[in-house]
Design a binder for this molecule. Structure first.
Ligand SMILES: Cc1cc2nc3c(=O)[nH]c(=O)nc-3n(C[C@H](O)[C@H](O)[C@H](O)COP(=O)(O)O)c2cc1C
Length: 301
């Protein structure tokens, strides 16, 4: 069987298939379960400096091609989250803490308050006032926040980017200048749905983020562009639901892939193993190593 182990964004992993932030990663038990089910690494739900309830419901709605969510970053705050990370680590895979804040100081406070194998900076949630994409669409803020967190922790720092901008490469370069070990692309696409009978926006917050198969081609293009322009690794996320999707993302230049919405499918946590096994069999069939697959599509540009 072809080996899938290696470094993903500065962290050693048994395979490059990770649990994405916010999907089942709210408790240590679910992080541990994803790791035991074969995820190479797990990313937690985003946590901030103070407890938040999130937006009023409905917070998630199924639409054609995926999910629309406006959770509003509900979380118990970093002061109540270390235990979940510790339980998650019992699964045997690295645990990356997804964190958010409104500026460099708040990000720093949260990062310094947690012990994790890496940090993923949520600079991309499309539906939370003062947080996420509201600050993550400005390159100078991305750079300053990345630099602040990098200066305060000794583990790898990943920066999760928003696709809701004209120039995703500019944001990636800003993260790189700030010292990021990797960028993660993409968070959800800002979107909405309306109930035709009442005329009301369906989500409690009116707007939310679209995820799932519908956004895969957007994610693919962002990964391709970022991998072509940056020196640091790119971790791909958006619509990955099969080993073929993962292979495509790696061919676009991704060093690893994250799986989110697809966990809602019938196979559940089994998706981690089926993607890894599918990738491994594919590499055997092609007589290739994983490193040879990475960025393959960029040869044709
Ligand atoms: C219900 C839900 C909650 C999410 N929560 C977070 C979060 O807390 N932090 C974050 O950075 N991304 C969050 N995301 C975005 C995912 O991590 C991922 O970037 C996005 O859904 C695209 O991947 P997918 O198509 O595989 O789901 C969330 C997505 C969904 C559907």
């Amino acid at each position: 069987m072809a080996s899938l182990s290696g470094e993903v964004g500065g962290i050693q992993m048994a395979n490059p298939v990770l649990l994405a932030a916010g999907i089942l990663g709210t408790t240590g038990a679910s992080l541990k379960r994803a790791a035991r089910a074969g995820a190479g690494g797990v990313v937690t739900k985003s946590v901030g400096s103070i407890p938040r309830d999130g937006h009023r419901g409905p917070t998630v709605v199924q639409v054609e091609g995926g999910l629309l969510n406006a959770m509003g970053l509900p979380n118990p705050s970093y002061t109540n989250f270390q235990e979940e990370i510790d339980i998650g680590r019992e699964g045997g895979a690295p645990v990356v803490a997804s964190i958010f804040g409104s500026g460099p100081q708040e990000f720093e406070e949260v990062a310094e308050g947690l012990d994790a194998d890496g940090f993923e900076l949520n600079l991309s949630c499309p539906h939370a006032e003062r947080y996420g994409a509201e600050i993550g669409c400005e390159a100078c803020k991305v750079e300053a926040i990345t630099r602040a967190v990098k200066g305060s922790v000794s583990v790898p720092v990943w920066v999760k980017l928003t696709p809701n901008v004209a120039d995703v490469i500019g944001l990636g370069l800003a993260a790189q200048r700030g010292g990021a070990d990797a960028v993660v692309a993409i968070n959800t696409l800002k979107a909405m749905a309306i109930d035709v009978e009442s005329g009301r926006p369906i989500l409690g917050n009116r707007f939310g983020g679209l995820s799932g198969p519908a956004i895969k081609p957007v994610a693919m293009r962002c990964v391709f562009d970022l991998a072509s322009a940056l020196e640091i690794p790119v971790i791909g996320v958006g619509g990955v639901a099969s080993w073929q999707d993962a292979a495509e993302m790696i061919m676009a230049g991704a060093a690893g892939v994250q799986v989110g919405t697809a966990l809602g499918r019938a196979e559940g946590y089994g998706i981690f193993r089926s993607i890894s096994e599918g990738l491994s069999n594919y590499l055997d069939r092609k007589g290739m190593a994983l490193a040879e697959l990475k960025g393959l599509a960029r040869r044709f540009s």
